[in-house]
Design a protein around this ligand. Sequence first.
Ligand code: SAH
Ligand code: SF4
Ligand code: F3S
Length: 474
Amino acid sequence: MQTSKEIEVQKQYIEKVKDINKGKKLKYFILTMGCQLNENDSEKLCGLVEQMGYEKTKQYEDADLVLFNTCCVRENAEDKLFGKLGELKRVKETRGTIIAIGGCMMQEKHITDKIKESYSYTDIIFGTHTLHKFPEDLYKTLRDKNKLQDVIDIDGEVYEGLPIKRTSSIKASVTIMYGCNNFCSYCIVPYVRGRERSRHPKDILNEVEQLAKEGYKEITLLGQNVNSYLKSEQWQDKKIDYKGINSFATLLRAINEIDGIERIRFVSPHPKDFTDDVIDAIADCKKVCKLIHLPLQSGSTKTLNTMNRKYTKEQYLNLVDKMKKRINNLTLTTDIIVGFAGETEEDFMDTLDVVRKVGYEQVYMFIYSKRVGTPGEKMENQVPDEVKHERFNRLKELVEKSIAENNKKYIGTTQKVLVEGPSKNSPDLLTGRTESNKVVIFKGDLSSLKGKLIDLKIVSEHMWYLKGDIMKVY
Ligand code: SAH
Ligand code: SF4
Ligand code: F3S
């Protein structure tokens, strides 16, 4: 079936569920466990569910529908899901709440088997390729009162035109591509998200233009490997060139022209595909934040090779040098895995070396977690847990030291900040982020400043945030 027809069918199911739910004042609870792509999927689920007559609640005890959007990139996610499912049993018994679990983990057979066996009160299991069919799944569950599993292994299509309920009214995520072709040997994502599929530039531009009209100021473009946007097989014979957009670099340039949008971010690029045209676009486009998240994973060429990352330590460092030369005031952040199979003390020292040389603004650190079905799982020379933890702590120490050092550089500088709202921890203050994505808190009037760009003079620094005084409102 054509994707647009399929969406029409789902819209009819939305109406059917809405009819069943009429006048019932039903509530839903949603828990999102994964990355920004997963969050963006949850926003689509919220859009669907709210159109079907459910209102959001923050307590699962009050909910008539509970949705879990799962992640399986590391093992701790599994413990978390099963813990939460255990807690839901009582709610299910007393309230008859419908329990629906979706997302990446549902693409793993050993997990869905376990749910069916040990948590058989779960009503709906749906995967990453069938999210758009949630109205149909929910309708059939309500009608038949049966358990339902809707997971497919083949790559899903790209569906446009689903309703969406965004969490912020200032910042919005826009998925530009689905799936991943890279098969890094530690990673489960390509198995649970399928091959790369890029959205048509027309659909992306329409979405961003619509967001600008609604008053959104910041756009984050999402994909597992944004630099391979439009390189996916799906477009190979069609040679896309829509209003000059035929690559990630040209997409950035086109979005930069959209009135109303003030900031553009993107995650994640892969160092092996970071071409010069993208570096030039970042340098040239005023609205593209001069912050690049450049996942390193390991600083050792040998480990990078076992990880199937397709770049060496030197190539990574050269790329960073090139970026720093071409882009003024560039900040860099990264992801690092410690303790991958075969990692020796010497390999780990290479990772520390790169961290010292690059001077990251932020480092997201992970202890290697074996994933079922990946090449890493079968590698023999696994690093013992205590060595992994010991290395993790050493890396953490170095990172925290360099972040503290780096924070000092902000003192006395003027930073452009997008005002987001009241600060969570001190509600009488406002919060926002710098272009380098650092949290800043400051005194100011919420109603006149929310969503505005302001200049702040930084007066003090703390480990995870800065404090500032307002200098100018744009
Ligand atoms: N596509 C993105 C990242 C997706 S997953 C990229 O390539 O950068 C986010 C991060 O989780 C990865 O960058 C990696 O650092 C970490 N990660 C992925 N698989 C992991 C595993 N098996 N164990 C520990 N960390 C992992
Ligand atoms: Fe996983 Fe590598 Fe793909 Fe990122 S690029 S999602 S780490 S396989
Ligand atoms: Fe994201 Fe986790 Fe899936 S990191 S793509 S939600 S496995």
